[in-house]
Design a protein. Structure first.
Length: 533
């Protein structure tokens, strides 16, 4: 290990590792020549997969090193050590805003000082054309003397410029604080993205919790895009009406409805807190964008999110009641090909209950995940796979797919290189396709991992089971032209033709499948298709 404690990295001596995230590892180091401690941020080795990254890193590092604002952690130096690029920053002796919020609510003076500092830093950076893209309490550092710093501007800018596997496959941003447009994977981001994330931090400071939280990043991201915002006063009755209106405007799902600058947001918040009259007639409270008070959650401040258990929906009469994978596969063919005129509202919801032992296993794994250090993404990923295995073996494929997806996100996509994982994942995704929310999961996975083309026919199958045949056609037929020998694609194509009542074409596709060696689950599914004639 080139960054071990006591080792020399250029003119710096490594003291200890401070933390590790998805894109970098941070070390405390000592600079003897200047007799000061510094923080060294070493970028993830995956960035080296891009042959042009080192040159681009040096170019962008020169830009971020020129950022000079009293509330932005300054970059002192940058270089590379044994092929690994690193940034040298001011070492902040203190704590993060995240740690401060966990210790208890802020008083008004303390909160306004933090907001003023963050707002000033963001406004300055936006004036230079630099977005942060990952505003969150753990990136706000509070020194022991009370000075506030916004960290990771350099990392955000450098990572967003990269074309490595890491920077292209991983959505920059933290799920609880991500803007809707960033969650959708849009590339034309502007200041509104940081304004939304800053608004989430303000919401958490005022209300005592973030607006959206769940067991998986996918669920949280989905909520930012589609779910009505819980009204602040419904969660914390002490929130003044004027403060609530500021939060609503900052967290508008359409960026055009938000404040135009961070400065406007800070000024409006200060006026709301100090009781000055607000001119905010353009704040719209609509059912389409906001939750009614009785719809909002009532968790106490800083409470951990309650575990959600989603029951599987079985399309068009498919009943899954067995608690083993073999039993589940045996039930796959039951009443699969009812008329496409059956609406989603007529689907049967089958409640599949876990045994006490399996439920206890999942609860234990979820508790272990919550107790892990934020940087231990590998440990969390392994546990999510175990949770997925429990759901898989109990015939609950959609829950299994969500757990596997969470493991994949945490691994920064590395798990796609594991054939055993991808085989299991493809299986549960195929079986989960009839679930009403499966299409959303596929959309997110395809956006995050566009190179993983194996899931295209699975996405088409999910759309087919939502009666979205034209959408399925648009992605399935071109895929089959490029991958005519894909057995899963052929199976979905046969089902597609059966749904169109074109039995002759479906039969010919099934005959073609006879030449392939299929996994047991797919072979049983193909047999179910044959029996439907």
């Amino acid at each position: 290990m080139s960054f071990e404690n006591g080792s020399n990295v250029g003119p710096y001596r490594i003291i200890e590792q401070l933390g590790q995230g998805g894109m970098a590892t941070v070390y405390k180091a000592y600079h003897p020549a200047l007799d000061r401690y510094v923080a060294i941020k070493v970028l993830h080795q995956a960035f080296k997969e891009d042959p042009n990254f080192l040159a681009r890193f040096q170019r962008e590092a020169r830009v971020v090193a020129k950022i000079d604002h009293p509330n932005i952690v300054p970059v002192y130096d940058f270089s590379e050590h044994e092929g690994q690029p690193y940034l040298v920053m001011k070492f902040i002796e203190g704590k993060t805003l995240k740690a401060r919020l966990q210790a208890g609510p802020l008083n008004k003076q303390e909160a306004l000082a933090i907001i003023e500092a963050m707002g000033g830093a963001l406004d300055y950076a936006h004036g230079l054309g630099i977005l942060h893209r990952d505003i969150k309490p753990s990136n706000v550092l509070i020194e022991e003397d009370g000075d506030v710093y916004l960290a990771d501007f350099g990392l955000a800018r450098i990572a967003q410029r990269g074309t490595s596997t890491l920077s292209s496959d991983v959505m920059l941003g933290t799920p609880q604080y991500i803007s809707p447009e960033q969650a959708r994977g849009e590339s034309n981001l502007d200041n509104g993205t940081d304004i939304y994330s800053f608004g989430v931090v303000l919401y958490e400071m005022v209300v005592g919790r973030v607006p959206f939280n769940a067991d998986t990043p996918f669920s949280i991201i989905h909520d930012h895009i589609y779910t009505p915002l819980p009204l602040p006063h419904s969660l914390n009755p002490k929130v003044p009406q004027d403060v609530e209106r500021v939060l609503l405007k900052a967290l508008a799902k359409d960026r055009n409805d938000r404040f135009k600058t961070v400065g406007e947001l800070v000024d409006a918040f200060n006026d709301a807190v100090t009781g000055k009259p607000l001119d905010m007639e353009d704040v719209r409270v609509e059912e389409s964008t906001l939750a009614l008070p009785e719809q909002a959650a009532t968790e106490p401040p800083h409470a951990k999110p309650k575990r959600r258990l989603s029951w599987i929906w079985i399309a068009a009469g498919l009943v899954i009641a067995l608690f083993s994978l073999i039993g589940f596969l045996g039930a796959l063919g039951d009443a699969r090909f009812e008329s496409r005129s059956d609406s989603v509202t007529e689907e049967i919801i089958e409640e599949v209950r876990l045994s006490e032992e399996d439920q206890a296993r999942i609860d234990t794994l979820l508790n272990e995940i919550q107790s892990l250090d934020e940087a231990d993404t590998e440990g969390a990923s392994i546990r999510h796979i175990e949770i997925g295995n429990v759901y898989r073996d109990n015939g609950i494929p959609f829950n299994a797919a969500k757990s596997y997806a969470e493991a994949l996100y945490l691994s920064d996509g590395i798990l796609l290189r594991d054939p055993a994982f991808t085989e299991d994942f493809v299986m549960v995704l195929f079986l989960a396709a009839p679930h009403p929310r499966a299409a959303e999961l596929f959309t997110q996975l395809r956006r995050e991992y566009p190179q993983w083309t194996d899931i295209v026919p699975l996405h088409a199958r999910a759309l087919m089971h939502r009666d979205q045949i034209p959408g399925a056609e648009r992605i399935l037929l071109p895929y089959m032209e490029e991958h005519p020998d894909d057995p899963i694609g052929l199976a979905v194509l046969a089902e597609y033709n059966l749904m169109l009542e074109d039995q002759e074409t479906a039969k010919s596709v099934l005959i073609e499948l006879d030449q392939y060696r299929l996994p047991d689950w797919l072979r049983m599914y193909v047999e179910d298709l044959r029996e439907s004639f």
